[in-house]
Design a protein around this ligand. Sequence first.
Ligand SMILES: C[S@@+](CC[C@H](N)C(=O)[O-])C[C@H]1O[C@@H](n2cnc3c(N)ncnc32)[C@H](O)[C@@H]1O
Length: 252
Amino acid sequence: MNHPISFVGAGPGAPDLLTLRAAERIRHADVLIWTDSLVSPEIAALAKGDCLQVRTSRLTLEEVVPQLIEHHRAGRHVVRLHDGDTALYSAINEQICALNDENIPVEVVPGISAYQAAAAGLGSELTTPGLVQTIVLSRAGGRTGIPEREQLHHLASLRASLCLYLSARHVEEVQTTLLEHYPGDTPVAVGYRVGWPDQLLEVVPLNEMVEFTQRHDLIRTTLYVISPALNRSTSRSRLYSPDHDHLFRPKR
Ligand SMILES: C[S@@+](CC[C@H](N)C(=O)[O-])C[C@H]1O[C@@H](n2cnc3c(N)ncnc32)[C@H](O)[C@@H]1O
């Protein structure tokens, strides 16, 4: 039986941030169809020498899907490689729906998302007891319709750790909206190509978000993490507290 088509999350950039399963699928692919605008060529280079590689940055869905189908039907193991994690802004749904219509089996292999790589790169946790216990993953504006209930001003009113993808082009309106809810000195991690050799990852106060973005000319592959948790705090989780017993550490 043919191998299902593998939709694989490539992580943020560095090949050693691939999961073992993702690396295995890439190494065994006969055909690698990859998002070359966002996935590192170093990752695509893990494929075998005779693997057919197709770059998708200039292709439409109507051009990608027939290739997935054709190569799968020819008995080849097809790997469709997307950046970061497959659950966020990867556009795998429409591909999988088209394959379901053709009764072609698929599997999905998750990856590390850009927000996780940014937090790790800063040596930070985005949840702090008593301060922030929620992480919101979203985007601002753009051509993809955002429902009214998810507009930025609603999300910002939570004052949670807010990770904004695909938003650098809208940074001026983003900063203005955020300042209506978060204090101006709230830390904002700005990550450009996190995990790549030319990574830029810095924390700036919210009221300098626009200036920093424009000074570094950031338009693409930029992530913002607006989070009170990026201020180092000594407050601690109860998980490792001596007076907190649980299933694995009963009362002593
Ligand atoms: C189409 S979305 C895909 C997101 C991806 N699925 C993920 O989980 O990270 C592309 C956006 O993700 C963010 N992004 C992806 N990789 C990144 C990286 N290495 N550094 C910073 N931002 C990144 C940027 O906001 C970029 O515009």
